[in-house]
Design a protein around this ligand. Structure first.
Ligand code: PMP
Length: 416
């Protein structure tokens, strides 16, 4: 395997990329017998924790019926009905296999519906690894131009540079700049995380999402919420339910199937029906794979109010505990986000407003911190995100806080 891994986002993890044997509840066990409290949660999907019994039972029973039919199944209809019931804007939906793909499907629909080419995205918002969106996702501020007129920053060697011509990049949370640009009337879609979660947590400013909605409606621009992280995690109906703002299209992945490779696109019937009668192509051999659909239905049926309440208590206790530890150690840190997913930025003394603020966080110190935590049995993402599941109970939170207290003490003593 190139680099010993199968995704670039699993490379170079300090002190070393680990090899795992099994996961259970809030814990991962590696091949050396180490037990780690897991806050990666598969990079977001495992809202029910590792190996939830209801999902395991559903998958075991589905596999007895066969593997792949290239036709429809009752279990996919059930999973689709659950998505449409939970997601406020979902008049119609389709399943896909990854967040990257369904984001492409959403942008294609928007282009077809508007007859326009350009998509407007925001600095620091990640919408998958494909050529036309892997722009301005890494903190490379020296190449990014002025804050109010960013220059798209390419994400990968080998990426088609011409795709920049199909993109407009703006800073997020700045309604004035967005409204002025949309007024030019040539933007097919605005795509965004409604609360920035992927590269770090940033809340929408009061009125921002409503303002974006209004500006899109006025200019005939399709509003796409990328809910690959926020969907089924911030609330059963995602960020659109939490903030009460309705996108035209939204995309899902990760928590929709608690670790199975499932994604979805949902939204306005007139747009979604362009797949059927509007000449817009959407495909995928593995879309709605029956075993993955059993996992999807089992996951979505588990998303009860009690589950969000439980994660809410644990996530709030963890964030409060971190704030207290950093404050009493005299460490500047901002702990921002939601109980279900939040972000720790060392070196920031107030919450970031956009990606350029976030880029000022002290990354080397944070990597040293996650390394110190790993040696204390806690696995946290080096980019600062913390994902919680319903299995992170009070005992798990207390053990995590003890590890954090100890790790901060060690790093302070070393002068990190
Ligand atoms: N959008 C967002 C907001 C994401 O966080 C991700 C994945 N981290 C994607 C899209 C792409 O999803 P996938 O990795 O399933 O292709």
């Amino acid at each position: 395997m190139s680099g010993g891994v199968n995704s670039n986002f699993r490379l170079n993890i300090s002190p070393t990329p680990l090899v795992f044997e099994r996961g259970e509840g809030a814990y991962l066990y590696d091949v050396d017998g180490n037990k780690l409290i897991d806050y990666y949660l598969g990079m977001g999907p495992m809202i029910l924790g590792h190996k939830p019994q209801a999902l395991v039972d559903a998958v075991k029973s589905q596999i007895d019926s066969g593997i792949l039919f290239a036709g429809q199944t009752a279990i996919e209809a059930e999973a689709a009905r659950l998505v449409c019931e939970l997601v406020p804007s979902a008049e119609r939906m389709r399943f896909g296999s990854s967040g990257s793909e369904v984001d492409q499907a959403a942008m294609r629909l928007a282009r077809a519906a508007t007859g326009r080419t350009k998509v407007l995205k925001f600095e620091g918002h990640y919408h998958g690894w494909f050529d036309n969106v892997l722009w301005s996702t890494a903190p490379a501020l020296d190449a990014a131009g002025p804050a109010d007129a960013p220059v798209p920053v390419i994400g990968s060697k080998g990426q088609l540079k011409d795709t920049a011509d199909t993109l407009v990049v703006l800073p997020w949370n700045n309604l004035e700049l967005l409204t002025a640009r949309l007024a030019e009337g040539d933007i097919a879609a605005v795509i965004m995380e409604a609360a920035m979660c992927n590269q770090g947590a940033v809340h929408p400013l009061p009125g921002y999402l409503e303002g974006v909605r209004e500006a899109c409606t006025k200019t005939g621009t399709i509003l796409i919420f990328d809910e690959v992280i926020t969907g089924f995690r911030l609330a059963p109906g995602g960020a659109q339910e939490l903030f009460g703002v309705t996108p035209d299209l939204s995309t899902f992945g990760k928590a929709i199937a608690n670790g199975f490779p499932v994604a979805a696109i949902a939204g306005r019937a007139d747009l979604m029906d362009m797949f059927t009668s509007g000449g817009v192509v959407h495909g995928g051999t593995y879309n709605a794979q029956p075993i993955a659909m059993a996992a999807t239905a089992a996951t979505l049926k588990s998303l009860t109010p009690a589950l969000y309440k439980k994660i809410g208590v644990a996530g709030t206790a963890l964030q409060d505990g971190f704030r207290e530890i950093f404050a009493s150690a005299g460490v500047a840190a901002s702990v921002v986000g939601f109980p279900q997913v939040f972000h720790v930025a060392l070196g920031l003394d107030k919450p970031a407003r956009d990606f350029r603020d976030l880029a000022k966080m002290n990354r080397p110190a944070y990597i040293a911190l996650t390394t110190a935590l790993m040696y204390r049995g806690v696995r946290a993402l080096e980019r600062g995100a913390w994902f919680l599941s319903s299995e992170h109970d009070a005992g798990v939170i207390n053990d995590t806080l003890a590890a954090m207290r100890d790790a901060v003490r060690e790093l302070k003593a070393k002068g990190t």
